[in-house]
Design a binder for this molecule. Sequence first.
Ligand code: B4P
Length: 191
Amino acid sequence: MVNILIFGPPGSGKGTQSVRLAEKFNLLHLSTGDMLRAEIAAGTELGKKMSAIMSKGELVPDEVVIEMIAAKIDGVKDKSGFLFDGFPRTVAQTVALEKMLNDRNMKINSMLTLDVDHDELVKRLIARAELSGRPDDKDPAVIENRIDVYREKTEPIIDFCRQKGLYQPVNGVGSIDDIFDRLSALVSELV
Ligand code: B4P
């Protein structure tokens, strides 16, 4: 089983590209953002608590997402591996993921990082707000906060993974098809 992280700031296209990569390479797509939004849509107690955090553009507690991922990685058959989208988002989550995988005789194989400049991120998220109705896309101040939180809490994972030889930057600007081709070339070397 191959384990790939799709990494990058909010709006960099992690979700967009993960759906396509998972299909092409027979990977199980695990998006903590999607899992959390499903909890909110289902009106669970957890969803109610997380909704307030997410609508401010803050990260939910590490233990919540670590538990969600742990619940998904056992008993998977007929897949070539996992594609982690939006997880990990802190160094603590990365350490927890490594441990989870190591305990199952697996490891993180690569961290594909979408590089997109600040103005393009804001443009994409504002455009998505029109379609998605996501509260965290509607307010420009929340978008800026998400980007700040990324720089402060999530970006340190790059150094952590670079030291392990896992970091692979990918130009995330261009057409969705072109970016998919860039990512596919890297994933095809791993699966
Ligand atoms: P996520 O659901 O992970 O979403 P995201 O970072 O906003 O977006 P993504 O990068 O996937 O963008 P997309 O492809 O959709 O997180 C949401 C929130 O959940 C977080 O802020 C946090 O509160 C919480 N959360 C999730 N995981 C967590 C964790 N592990 N720990 C703690 N909290 C967690 O692309 C964005 C838009 O751009 C789309 O409209 C798309 O169509 C467009 N687009 C994509 N590629 C494009 C391109 N090449 N050109 C033009 N537009 C493009």
